[in-house]
Write a protein that binds this ligand. Structure first.
Ligand SMILES: Cc1cc2nc3c(=O)[nH]c(=O)nc-3n(C[C@H](O)[C@H](O)[C@H](O)COP(=O)(O)OP(=O)(O)OC[C@H]3O[C@@H](n4cnc5c(N)ncnc54)[C@H](O)[C@@H]3O)c2cc1C
Length: 444
């Protein structure tokens, strides 16, 4: 039966959700607080590009836009680590041909908005959700230009309005849903490595670049125009933190001593440092994600996480795909459908949040640790010999649709096992031996 659906937020997840819902034959209206992205110059600040992986592709394939997205995506087959002297080493993400993809947030968002619109969705901009009656699927929007307010009534209200969700706020305030926000001790700032002559990339574009430095790190992902968007993740306070980086001399010294090959590529570093904001990172946990058959949360509104597994957006796209599957399963029983959606997705969101926090340590510390890199080599060899016995954690998260909660549980078990393998005194010499492979067989 055709429903009228209001979606709050035309970000990545709201736009994809709109496309899914129009394809199901529903009448969809999206209300977005900001102005139309298609008429706006994007400013630096909120991750200009993102890593897209299997869960994203699965959601795109189901709704038929994977080919269009491929055209704007750059494959990254490996991590390239930059040490303090500027020496490089690398680590493949998966087996030959397996890649995660760098994609522009704005280009992807525009593509999905256009596809949703083409399929009949109506988009309204400069409309900020300021209130909602979730039991009646009524949302109130204030136009940010004219300040006039209007209330929109529908059959279903979907909150795709990100980590500061106004729809979620109403669930918490009026319906006492559980809610928790935990900010982490690290902030981030984006910087740009410009394109070289004739739009060439100054670093290998088919890799995700990491400058791992223990408590903090810098990463870089390629853009189609030859530039790289880089993000510095550093503590708010204390040693090597943002706190001590104020003057031009302080910033220059920090980068010159800690990231020497990076600073060589960014002539206007201090200008960028001053212009681009420093932003906080945090984890949103809430439950349930719905009210009856009239309101629902999706994407960051339900489960914002820290970006260290490159999965926040992918998880939001997975929400869209799973919701679509559940709508098939439950037919007209929307109440049952949304209840199952909340119940099924919540542990997976929790699993992803745990995975994301853990991967921060892997990225900033592990990728510079020879023992960690050796452990990953052993796991890879074993996985290639016995694929039915072992899938490496990174593969499970980025190259399969294994539920995040399962991946987290399996990953913890694997880690425990690997500690026993890595404790062999001469593991560096015998890691490829039959003895080690047999020991792994006996442990799984
Ligand atoms: C530094 C950083 C790097 C990241 N890297 C990755 C990555 O590599 N891979 C990955 O998968 N994920 C990554 N993420 C996570 C990803 O950005 C988010 O998970 C994703 O943007 C969530 O999409 P969303 O549509 O749910 O929310 P958002 O992108 O936040 O979109 C919400 C939309 O709702 C609008 N809105 C908000 N409030 C209102 C209101 N009251 N009324 C109307 N409209 C409203 C907003 O303007 C926005 O357009 C990263 C995040 C950060 C911070």
């Amino acid at each position: 039966m055709q429903k009228e659906i209001t979606i709050v937020g035309a970000g990545l997840v709201g736009s994809l959700c709109a496309l899914y819902m129009t394809k199901r034959g529903h009448k969809v209206s999206i209300f977005e607080r900001r102005k139309d992205l298609r008429s706006e110059t994007i400013t630096a600040g909120k991750s200009i590009n993102l890593a897209l992986s299997e869960r994203g592709w699965t959601a795109f394939k189901k709704v038929g836009i994977d080919t269009e997205v491929k055209n704007i995506a750059i494959p990254m087959y490996k991590r390239i680590m930059h040490d303090e002297k500027g020496n490089l080493s690398d680590q493949a993400y998966g087996n030959k041909g397996q890649a995660i993809y760098s994609v522009s947030r704005a280009a992807l968002n525009v593509l999905m908005m256009e596809m949703a619109e083409k399929n009949g969705a109506k988009l309204y901009f400069d409309e900020k959700c300021v209130d909602a009656n979730l039991e009646q699927a009524i949302a109130t929007f204030k136009n940010t230009k004219t300040t006039t307010e209007q209330s929109i009534s529908a059959d279903l209200l979907i909150g795709a309005d990100g980590s500061l969700s106004a729809v979620r706020e109403q669930m918490v305030k009026k319906h006492q849903h559980e809610y928790e926000y935990n900010e982490i001790a690290h902030d981030y700032k984006e910087l740009l490595i410009p394109a070289g002559k004739n739009g060439t990339h100054l670093l290998d574009k088919n890799a995700l670049h990491i400058w791992p430095r223990g408590e903090f790190m810098l990463i870089a992902l390629a853009n189609l125009d030859g530039s790289f968007t880089c993000t510095l993740f550093a503590p708010k306070k204390g040693k090597n933190s943002f706190e001590g980086l104020n003057s031009q001399q302080e910033v220059k010294k920090y980068f010159k001593t800690i990231f020497p090959d990076f600073i060589a590529l960014v002539p206007n570093l201090y200008e960028q440092w001053n212009t681009n904001p420093t932003s906080a990172l945090g984890v949103v946990r809430t439950y349930p994600w719905h009210i009856n058959d009239t309101a629902l949360l999706i994407g960051d509104a339900a489960h914002a996480t820290v970006p260290f597994y490159g999965q926040g957006m992918n998880a939001g796209f997975e929400d869209c795909r799973i919701l679509d599957e559940l709508l098939d399963e439950f037919g007209n029983n929307l109440k049952g459908c949304f209840k199952k959606y909340s119940k099924q997705r919540k542990p997976n969101a929790d699993g992803l949040q745990d995975l994301s926090m853990q991967n921060f340590v892997v990225m900033r510390d592990g990728t510079a640790d020879p023992k960690f890199l050796l452990q990953k080599k052993i796991e890879k060899k074993f996985a290639n010999l016995y694929p039915e016995k072992w899938t490496p954690l990174y593969t499970m998260v980025s190259f399969t649709n294994t539920p995040y909660a399962d991946a987290w549980k399996i990953g913890m078990k694997q880690e425990k096992m690997m500690q026993s393998i890595m404790s062999a005194p001469n593991i560096e010499e015998i890691w490829e031996s039959d003895e080690i492979m047999q020991k792994m067989c006996s442990l799984v």
